[in-house]
Design a protein. Sequence first.
Length: 114
Amino acid sequence: MESGYLYRAGSSVRRGNSSGIFSNNAAADHQVFSLSSQGQDDDEEALKWAALEKLPTYDRLRKGILTTSTGAASEVEVQNLGFQERKNLVERLVNVAEEDNEKFLLKLKNRIDR
């Protein structure tokens, strides 16, 4: 995706269109920064998960990474969660399981109907 922007910026340079140079480079810069920040967030979360996986089993069962409503991920100890936080966690887990079961049953139904 980035190479497409770079190619367009390079082709406008060869044509000598000075107004196109800056507009294409601005679009490419915007995309590059947004992709790198997303990649950094993914890398940070992957590092947190890797650190949790290296913990002994006893500690690993009591810690997790929760995402907030804003999308920020944080490491928490499950035993220290408050009532409302535990309730929200269980509801999210049950909701995901229900969606997965519904998808599975719909796929199974479609396959049987064929």
